[in-house]
Design a protein around this ligand. Structure first.
Ligand SMILES: Cc1cc2nc3c(=O)[nH]c(=O)nc-3n(C[C@H](O)[C@H](O)[C@H](O)COP(=O)(O)OP(=O)(O)OC[C@H]3O[C@@H](n4cnc5c(N)ncnc54)[C@H](O)[C@@H]3O)c2cc1C
Length: 441
């Protein structure tokens, strides 16, 4: 197979309509679930579209079952409701704090949910909010009227269908709506087709599995909540995650490596399962009305329209064997250590509202790891808690813009920020250990 440079022209056709909503959210990961909940809670008729038959996104499909934070400021709003519900089902490990290998003066919060718990809790919270869920439905196009998105085209079990909406939120992790709508995006890494290392996670079980006692296994740092199972992973460099042919070859290669390794496991140790989907840290980063620059992230820029705070590491997993810049977490540099100490002391950078508003196309918002940011800022804000926070803000803004009869672009960014802060101030911390941290404005 090779990439085709030619195109197939599809003759005009009528596509059956499945329904109309106020807000459609594409992607049921951490950001999309939070967006759907926030939108529905404000009274908007909301639909959440998900290509798999479960919610959760990367923790459910890719086994990214690690909760990590540097100083706790990225635990916000709906995150606490989600974590508290997981705790009710014994599906999340206690939040603990411990030093980091590279930078011993820094301590991280760590926890881990189970994939099944994640699916269950999101489905409950989304349903309770009044939002509808459409499973096994993959976005394949957008409906447009001039510069505005008016709905989405999806592939369902019944074939292609049109879903109409006043607002659409792209929470797909890959910016698939923005791609179809013609919004500009980039891969973060300049002049490279690969943005970050890709990983295939798998679960290994049994009493003697590496890391089943004591220190976490190399390369993961996480255990499954309460289970005699460990998360492990194999990694690959120089992978273009937007090249379907190359990605498929990589997936097969990684899975074969995991299967081969499992042939040699010691007695009593076993391969539980390999994740449904390959773990892609970065694919598209969307161009918004505003962008968090490299310096803004490095220097902890604050904004009056900040709708989320990012205090996680500047965590870019090197995509190849080029020298690692000093400003990256993995550099082990003294410069980075100085910044890490400031984060430990409570520093963070803000994500301004207009980073969720794509440039050039109206009635569209983005949330999660695709929000408008430089490579460095993206390395930090892509963690799940922050994705939930941008999702919560996007859902709130979508509903507010309908109420006000304005486009998301026309909304007052400071009003959105203060509404989101007010909503979050009503939610108590999920874990006792976070109780004394300044989580809200
Ligand atoms: C290997 C790896 C390790 C990581 N480690 C951590 C960690 O330790 N801690 C942490 O917090 N974060 C970690 N992350 C980052 C984090 O998991 C992601 O950045 C985060 O989950 C992104 O959330 P999201 O909602 O933007 O997207 P996703 O979680 O990717 O969710 C997107 C959803 O959209 C759906 N979707 C995609 N395309 C379509 C379509 N065409 N139609 C319909 N639905 C669609 C997907 O099925 C998915 O449910 C890691 C990521 C990777 C890959």
């Amino acid at each position: 197979m090779s990439q085709h440079s030619k195109a197939y022209h599809q003759p005009g056709r009528d596509i059956p309509l499945l329904g109309e909503w106020d807000v459609i959210v594409v992607g049921g990961g951490p950001s999309g679930c939070a967006a759907a909940i926030a939108s529905a809670r404000r009274g908007s008729k909301t639909l959440l579209v998900e290509k798999y038959c479960f919610l959760g996104g990367s923790p459910a499909a890719q086994f990214v079952c690690c909760i990590l934070s540097t100083n706790g400021l990225d635990f916000q709003g709906i995150w606490h409701e989600w974590a508290a519900r997981l705790a009710k089902y014994d599906a999340i490990a206690p939040l603990t704090r411990s030093p980091v290998r590279f930078y011993p003066q820094t301590q991280w919060f760590r926890s881990s949910p189970t994939p099944e718990g994640v699916k269950r809790v999101w489905e409950e919270l989304v349903t309770e909010s009044g939002a509808e869920i459409l499973y096994l439905t993959a976005l394949c196009g957008v409906c447009r009227d001039a510069d505005s998105v008016t709905g989405v085209l999806v592939h369902t079990r019944a074939g292609v269908r049109a879903l109409m909406a006043k607002r659409v939120i792209d929470a797909s992790g890959d910016g698939v709506v923005c791609q179809e709508a013609g919004v500009a995006w980039n891969r973060g890494a300049k002049d490279k087709l690969w943005s970050q290392e890709v990983s295939m996670m798998y679960r290994r079980g049994g009493e003697s599995a590496p890391g089943s006692e004591g220190a976490p296994p190399p390369g993961t740092g996480c255990t499954m909540a309460f289970l005699p199972e460990r998360l492990n992973r194999v990694d690959r460099l120089r992978v273009d995650t937007l090249d379907p042919v190359a990605l498929s070859a990589t997936i097969g290669d990684m899975r074969r490596e995991i299967w081969r390794q499992s042939d040699d496991y010691p007695d009593g140790t076993y391969l539980v399962d390999v994740a449904t989907e390959i773990g892609v840290r970065t694919s598209r980063i969307v161009q918004g009305l505003e962008q968090i620059g490299e310096d803004q992230a490095w220097e902890f820029h604050k904004s009056p329209s900040g709708i989320a705070r990012s205090s996680w590491e500047l965590d870019i997993h090197p995509p190849d064997d080029a020298p690692i810049p000093e400003r990256w977490f993995h550099s082990k540099s003294a410069l980075y250590a100085e910044r890490a100490a400031r984060v430990q002391a409570g520093e963070y950078f803000d994500i301004p509202y207009r980073c969720l508003v794509p440039a050039g196309v109206d009635q569209l918002l983005v949330a999660g790891r695709i929000v408008s940011a430089s490579y460095l800022a993206h390395g930090s804000l892509r963690i799940q808690q922050t994705c939930m926070a941008t999702g919560e803000a996007a859902g709130t803004a979508a509903a507010m813009s309908i109420e006000a009869g304005l486009t998301p672009r026309e909304l007052d960014p400071v009003r959105v920020a203060s509404q989101v802060a007010e909503d979050r101030s009503k939610v108590g911390p999920a874990f006792e250990i976070l109780r004394d941290l300044p989580l809200t404005k």
